[in-house]
Design a protein around this ligand. Structure first.
Ligand SMILES: [Zn+2]
Length: 297
């Protein structure tokens, strides 16, 4: 659970001009690296190159996330891993990749906009987090490959859910939330512990909900909880934040800026999309500035 006290509160949204060409892909397990025969991986900045304008932000979220990751991930030779690799990444890792892209490899902060839940206050607050602050807590959680949790007198061992799990669960319809949670836990637990889980479900179904809560706490980037002292009413409040959604929102804004750039340059110079996308960012920005200077006379 991401729990940061005493964070700085300020406003302002920054969009620096020229980020690095690429940044390191977040660390992945050796098992995954071997399974997909991968060497070093890199992420390139989103909304700079051909293909970025094609990402459809109306897709269901798991598909949208996979499209973005596949678009921006390359190995040392410039090749992109196959899509199954991205689906087999844990949801927390997929979120970390999105946050890496949304912060341009940590060069920008991520701004979280909150509102004090005290009905007599409702103060708006902007909190800036660095990528390092966000991911350090994920690293602690990931130091163990599986999550070991106590249920009654038993210790159960579960893996963290992947994009593929998310996709599978979304394709099912469940009669109620408790059954959905039980099905999810059954798919994450060690195979040899499934029978034990079945017995727990039949004898003490509430234990499964508790297990789910504990699992969520072991996936801090997916289920971020921020304890923030409101500067106006001076009261601490817990805020649940969807960091992945915030990252996607930022990436959508960057794509909107790219589309506007394409529109302005194509309208003015009558260049094709491909020609404009082949230009480095600094030249596109320079041409935009020249067009603006001309427009203002
Ligand atoms: Zn307040």
């Amino acid at each position: 659970m991401l729990d940061l006290d005493g964070v700085d509160i300020d406003g302002g949204d920054r969009l620096p001009c020229y980020p690095l060409d690429r940044f390191a892909f977040p660390p992945i397990s050796l098992e995954l690296r071997h399974r997909f025969s991968l060497g070093d991986l890199f992420l390139r900045p989103f909304a700079q190159s051909a293909g970025d304008q094609d990402i459809d932000f109306r897709l269901p979220r798991p598909h949208m996330e996979t499209s973005i990751l596949a678009c921006c991930t390359q190995d040392g030779n410039g090749n992109t891993p196959n899509h199954p690799f991205f689906w087999n990444l844990e949801i927390g890792k997929r979120t970390e990749c999105l946050l890496t892209l949304a912060t341009q490899g940590g060069n920008w902060d991520l701004t979280v906009e909150l509102r004090c839940p005290n009905p007599n206050c409702e103060e708006a607050m902007d909190l800036d987090f660095s990528l390092a602050e966000l991911t350090s807590i994920q690293r602690q959680a990931e130091s163990k490959e599986r999550v070991e949790l106590q249920v009654g007198s038993q210790i159960v061992s579960l893996r963290r859910p992947t994009g593929l799990d998310q996709l599978t669960w979304r394709s099912h319809s469940f009669p109620n939330e408790a059954t959905a949670v039980w099905t999810m836990m059954q798919s994450l637990i060690l195979t040899e512990q499934r029978e034990m889980m079945q017995q727990i479900w039949e004898s003490e179904p509430s234990a499964i909900a508790t297990l789910n809560q504990s699992m969520m706490q072991n996936d801090p980037l997916v289920n971020a909880n921020l304890t923030v002292n409101c500067p106006t009413c001076n009261t601490p409040h817990l805020h649940s934040v969807d960091l992945g959604a915030l990252a996607l929102q930022r990436l959508h804004q960057l794509q909107a800026y790219l589309l506007e750039t394409l529109h302005r340059l194509a309208s003015h110079y009558h260049w094709t999309e491909a020609t404009i996308l082949a230009l480095p960012q600094w030249r596109r920005d320079r041409y935009l500035a020249l067009i603006e200077r001309e427009r203002q006379g």
